[in-house]
Design a protein around this ligand. Structure first.
Ligand code: ADP
Length: 456
């Protein structure tokens, strides 16, 4: 912000010095003339008085005009008063503002509070009262007082309704002298996004640092105490390879997540045949299932199901849900991947996530598509330990892992379900989980399909 430089021409100390030099110089010259007999006593006194008066006039007269006006203003500021009709216009203006706003009168009373401000501060209909009687925000009240006193603009951030909301008050001088106008801006979403980004970065760096620290530790050991113990090296190298894999998975998941988040607001535009894509993806998971000793079943209708979707992203949804099911299924157990079509989104939601009476469930993503739109669904079920009820609503949050509390035995990044959630959001679909502890878990996704399909 540019600041105006103070003027120096009429600098008071400088002018005083000029005044003294002029007076004393003049008086000295007159004294010399008197002493040499050139002038008499009366002339000397008269000359000295005239000289002093002239210098005084010069001193006062040389003060810059702007400074004189400013001084006059400070001593006697012009009162700004408004008429009754202006008052009504201001009141209507404040009422029409789409943001909370209030006006404090020159007498220090809340004279106008619009509906948004009343609900922000939970105020009954406004009666003229001092702000301190109605607002519980010490910083805001102090800013209102300061602006009324010195007329400078201020901004104050405060939280409201516990810490649930964050607001910025823009406090300005009002239309009358010593009146104050405050307009409020909701910063809750901005602050939340900032916190989510900071948490995400903190989590991501923590997750990356963990395997790196392990690898670093083994390198130190292999260079130091275990330098000659070549037999131990195999074990160390094996763990280092595992940690490297973990880091690779994490980086791949982070990249997927950021790519999907980037494109989330652009709807997919290609037509795909869903059944074939789901079948191919599921078969691709057979080797992992076999390695884990899990039987993998796939079932889908005989007819084709078309949808507008991104095939890579849909494959990733099935992969993430099915690989979780394989990871968390009972040893020697089985995982089912079922695909279906439904007349409406509402029916699809029931088909993929409301199949067990006793199970607890949570909808992790509400679909954006209309509930009457024709839909398709996928349900991935396992017979593992299940997930307890309190964890269900938090699944799909980045880095949220139930296993952390179970001792973190099963490897994972905590990003798989977050990726599924974002992909389904892009496809205007839903995500739900249903689980019964000790019996298993089912994840369901559903989304709109094209109407041209057979039998529904
Ligand atoms: P991760 O890479 O840890 O598997 P996800 O986002 O895919 O990350 O899953 C988050 C958490 O949800 C997992 O850590 C696990 O605790 C839990 N979870 C996901 N799928 C299942 C399942 N089929 N059975 C039991 N728990 C599951």
């Amino acid at each position: 912000m540019s600041q105006s430089k103070p003027e120096t021409d009429g600098d008071p100390p400088k002018r005083l010095r000029d005044f003294l030099v002029l007076t004393s110089g003049g008086v000295a010259v007159l004294a010399l003339l008197f002493l040499t007999g050139a002038i008499g006593l009366v002339e000397w006194i008269t000359g000295a008085v005239v000289m002093t008066a002239g210098a005084l006039a010069f001193y006062v007269g040389s003060a810059p005009a702007s400074q004189k006006i400013r001084t006059a203003e400070v001593l006697d500021p012009p009162e700004r008063k408004i008429s009754a009709s202006e008052d009504t216009a201001i009141e209507s203006f404040i009422a029409a503002l789409p943001l909370p706003a209030l006006l404090v009168s020159p007498e220090g009373q809340l004279s106008s509070v619009n509906g948004h401000a009343r609900s922000l501060f939970r105020l009954e209909a406004t009666t003229a009262s001092p702000p301190a009687a109605l607002l519980r925000q010490p910083d805001l009240l102090a800013a209102l007082d300061r602006v009324a006193a010195d007329g400078a603009n201020e901004r104050v951030e405060f939280s409201q309704h516990g810490d649930a909301e964050v607001w910025m008050a823009h406090v300005r001088p009002g239309p009358e002298t010593r009146s104050v106008l405050a307009v409020f801006e909701d910063l809750t979403a901005v602050r939340r996004a900032e916190k989510a980004r900071a948490d995400f970065l903190a989590n991501a760096s923590h997750e990356l640092r963990t395997p790196l620290t392990a690898i670093g530790g083994f390198i130190e050991t292999m260079r130091g105490p275990a330098k000659d113990d070549k037999e131990a090296w195999d074990g160390f190298l094996e763990i280092m390879a595992q940690q490297t894999e973990r880091m690779k998975r994490l980086v791949a998941d982070l990249l997927s997540l950021s790519r999907i988040e980037f494109s989330e607001h652009r709807a997919p535009s290609t037509q795909i045949e869903f059944v074939d894509l789901a079948r191919t993806t599921s078969f691709g998971l057979k080797p992992i299932a076999e390695e884990a000793g899990i039987k993998l079943h796939f079932d889908a209708p005989d007819h084709v199901i078309h949808a507008i979707a991104d095939d890579d992203e849909i494959a990733q949804v099935i992969q993430n849900l099915a690989s979780n099911a394989i990871k968390y299924a009972r040893r020697g157990g089985e995982v089912q991947i079922l695909v279906g079509s439904a007349t409406t989104m509402a029916d699809a939601a029931i088909a993929c996530s409301r199949q067990s009476e006793e199970a607890k469930r949570s909808v992790l993503l509400q679909p954006y598509a209309a509930s009457g739109a024709p839909a398709l669904w996928v349900r991935v079920t396992d017979d593992g330990a299940g997930i307890s009820e309190e964890h269900l609503p938090r699944l799909g949050e980045r880095f949220y892992r139930v296993d952390e509390s179970r001792g973190g035995k099963i490897e994972g990044t905590g990003l798989g379900l977050a990726i599924v959630k974002h992909i389904m959001a892009r496809h205007r679909g839903g995500l739900a989980v249903e689980s019964l502890e000790g019996h298993g878990t089912a994840f369901g996704v559903w989304m709109p399909r094209l109407k041209t399909d057979a039998n529904t």
